[in-house]
Every structure is written in C-alpha cells, then in structure tokens.
Design a protein around this ligand. Structure first.
Ligand SMILES: Cc1cc2nc3c(=O)[nH]c(=O)nc-3n(C[C@H](O)[C@H](O)[C@H](O)COP(=O)(O)O)c2cc1C
Length: 215
C-alpha cells in the first residue's frame, strides 16, 4: 500500500488547505486500490432516505482521458490528473431500497414490518416524484459525496478539482452512460504539479442571518 494513503492530516488543516488544483503531475498514478479506499470512506456520506443515488465511473486510461478532453471544454486537468471520477446519479436509486433496508435491518435497528414499510414507502414516494424533483434530490446527495471525496483525497495527500464545465449530453454519449444514470459532476484526482491558489470567501457575517432576514 502506498504510504501516502496512511497520511491523514487533522480535519481543520484538510479543510483549510484543500484548493482546486488545475495542474497535475501526470507521472503520478493512483492505484485502483487507493481509489477504492477513498471511495469506501466517501460512501459514508448521508443521502436522502439513505438511497445512495451516487454511482462512479473512474476514467484512468490515457486514451479515455483524451476522449474526455474536448467534452470538458479542453480543461487540461482532465489529461494531467491521475484519474477523473465521474460522479453520476441513478434516477432509479429506489430500486435498491430492498437491499439497503435489508442490510440496515441486519444491524438490528428495525423490525421486519418497519423494514418492509420503509421499502414500500420509498419505492412509492421516490418512484412517483417528478423527474426534476428527483434530480434535485439526487444531485444534492451527489454534492455531499463529492465533497467528502475531495476532502478525503486531500487528507491522503492528493488534490482535486470539481468540474461542472463539461457537456453532459456528449459525456453520456461518449461513455455510453446507461439510461437511469445521469452525470452530476466530474472530479479530477491527482498530485498537484502546481499548488492550487487560495480563493476568497464572503465572510460568515455576510452570508448568515439569525432567526430572521431583517438586517
Ligand atoms: C459545482 C462546481 C463546478 C465547478 N466547475 C469547475 C470547472 O469546470 N473547472 C474548474 O477549473 N473549476 C471548477 N470548479 C471549481 C471552483 O472554481 C472552485 O471550487 C472555486 O473557485 C473555489 O476555489 P477552491 O475550490 O480552490 O476553494 C467548480 C466547483 C464547483 C463546486
């Protein structure tokens, strides 16, 4: 196992030192084992009704990164990064409700009747939602797991940049994304060749209201 994977910085340092990185050392490869380990930690993210709508397509073959380059508007990190993690959402995530709730029931936290009701309710509710509403819920969950993944990567000494700058239709076509799946975001993952620069933030006072929106 790569030593880097064992390096974990304290949480506040990870938060403060994660910056979007757009220039990567293309000689660095990250093993599937390492990527899987980062994903294992990422999937601890919460999700609506625990339906875990996220799916991942890992693009680490050079020829596929080249294929992605124009689809991602020629953003160079696509070919320089060790891997591009496409975070997708499954628009039929509720189909997996039986597996999910059966596994939860095995923890002894709900009885069989509750489990069956949860399965039935989530299939009925999510299956009946307008696509736009479901997409919003799923995309929110994809955001939560994406953030976890980027922080986990940083804690292991790697860098990332989330990329919304790509043509989703062309991505679906080029990578033959099967129908219930839709891309949410691409995340470049690798080792920085050039550090990401700090970026400004609105202050907490500028974005926070206490109890009402009156100034
Ligand atoms: C949803 C989303 C989409 C983004 N798309 C891109 C992108 O296509 N290309 C890029 O270079 N950065 C992209 N970014 C990175 C932002 O520019 C960056 O997060 C922001 O400027 C703050 O900088 P920081 O990440 O270094 O803190 C995206 C960020 C988010 C959250």
């Amino acid at each position: 196992m790569n030593n880097q994977l064992k390096t974990t910085q304290d949480f506040e340092t990870v938060l403060r030192e994660r910056h979007s990185v757009r220039h990567y050392d293309s000689s660095v490869s990250i093993s599937r084992e390492e990527i899987k380990e980062m994903l294992e930690l990422s999937i601890t993210a919460p999700s609506s009704s625990n339906l875990q709508p996220w799916r991942f397509l890992i693009i680490d073959k050079p020829e596929l990164k080249e294929k992605l380059l124009p689809i991602a508007f020629n953003q160079n990190q696509v070919v320089e990064a060790s891997a591009i993690i496409a975070v997708l959402v499954d628009m039929r995530s509720y189909d997996k409700a039986p597996e999910i709730y059966n596994r939860t029931a095995e923890f002894g936290v709900m009885n069989e009747a509750t489990r069956d009701k949860m399965i039935e309710n989530s299939i009925k509710m999510y299956g009946g939602l307008p696509q736009e509403v479901l997409r919003r819920i799923n995309t929110f969950d994809a955001g939560l797991i994406s953030m976890q993944l980027m922080l986990i990567a940083r804690s292991k000494g790697y860098d990332t940049v989330p990329m919304g700058g790509y043509n989703a239709d062309k991505f679906k076509e080029a990578f033959e994304v099967p129908n219930p799946l839709e891309p949410a975001i691409l995340i470049a993952l690798g080792k920085a060749a050039e550090e990401g620069h700090p970026s400004s933030r609105l202050t907490v006072d500028e974005v926070t209201y206490w109890n009402s929106f009156d100034k």
